[in-house]
Design a protein around this ligand. Structure first.
Ligand code: AVJ
Length: 311
């Protein structure tokens, strides 16, 4: 049997330009390295969003509960729940009637999260959905209860413009009138600050990218020589796109599941994009998809925004 992972890796490396999908960064090692990234001095995103949630938790709750008595709090890609727990604690203390529904493709990640929530917030009603985002949406309630969808961390930034639109359109279709989306965007800012976040001095982000080659070596019988590749992130202030490449430092052939992949000297593999937005970009995105913007919450430096959208 050939897995989706194997298929995607082989077709990506046989394409021009060569490309790998950043969704495969997150194996067990990748999850751990991403935790390290979130603690880096240069990686401001997590701290900015945390500041927003911490500072505005009451106002956020007021919007979620506005005009209703209860809601389902649905989250795409909850991870360890570090940021979400700020809101969960606030909502529980306020005595609000809500249920938390984290969505993750990984049953393992969900179980760990559910266990830690049980421990920290025994009274919280949790019902995880193990599925792909769009498929999980079909399990959402169509009835009385308002759905509030959290999509934090600038995870939308991993999508190209066209993918972001179709993803959000799919989400919009799955929601009911009056449902809310609470979505985090990393904003355009000093290009150097942005580039440094993806090019940290200690090389953690480099290891994060290289980990996918290691994963391919292990899971797909690959023989990537990591020392013959270089990590090269770029930021284009015009498009707002951060792009990460791994560049082959020489002409070489790599074998993956008995398939030979040849690299020219200095040929790149496109690994990941992290899109940065201006407020106008965000407004036009919401409008194109059909959402109305209810309110924007910023950190003190205006590095990041959490935007509340209503269907
Ligand atoms: C998890 C997609 C928000 O793009 O900033 C961090 C992933 N990649 N450093 C991002 C990531 C390199 C991160 N997201």
């Amino acid at each position: 049997m050939i897995t989706q992972f194997a298929q995607d890796v082989l077709s990506g490396l046989n394409a021009t330009p060569k490309t790998l999908s950043s969704k495969y960064f997150y194996d067990e090692n990748g999850d751990r390295i991403f935790q390290e990234i979130m603690n880096l001095d240069e990686y401001y995103l997590t701290r900015c969003e945390y500041e927003i949630l911490e500072t505005h938790q009451r106002q956020i709750l007021d919007l979620f509960i506005d005009g209703t008595s209860k809601f389902n709090l649905v989250e795409f890609g909850a991870g360890d729940g570090y940021k979400t727990k700020v809101l969960l604690e606030c909502f529980l203390n306020a005595g609000v009637d809500f249920r938390y529904r984290p969505i993750d493709i990984s049953g393992n990640v969900l179980q760990i999260l559910e266990d830690s929530l049980e421990e920290e917030f025994p009274s919280l009603k949790v019902e995880g959905i193990q599925n792909e985002y769009m498929k999980a949406l079909r399990e959402l309630e169509n009835g009385e209860t308002r759905n509030v969808v959290l999509f934090l961390g600038s995870n939308i930034g991993n999508f190209k413009q066209s993918q972001a639109i179709s993803f959000l359109k799919g989400l919009y279709e799955g929601l009911n009138d009056g449902d809310l989306l609470f979505i985090g965007f990393d904003l355009k800012k000093d290009p150097e600050v942005i580039l440094n976040a993806y090019n940290d001095k200690s090389g953690v982000t480099r290891d994060f990218n290289f980990n996918l080659l290691t994963r391919i070596n292990r899971e797909l019988k690959g023989n990537f020589d990591l020392s013959a590749f270089r990590h090269f992130p770029t930021y284009d202030p015009l498009s707002g796109t951060t792009t990460s490449y791994l560049v082959s430092t020489k002409a070489q052939t790599v074998e993956i599941m008995d398939t030979a992949i040849s690299f020219d000297a200095w040929e790149p593999i496109h690994m990941e994009i992290s899109q940065k937005y201006g407020m106008k970009d965000i407004e036009s995105l919401a409008t194109q998809v059909g959402f109305g913007i209810v309110r924007n919450f910023y950190d003190s430096r205006h590095y990041f925004v959490n935007s509340v959208w209503r269907k």
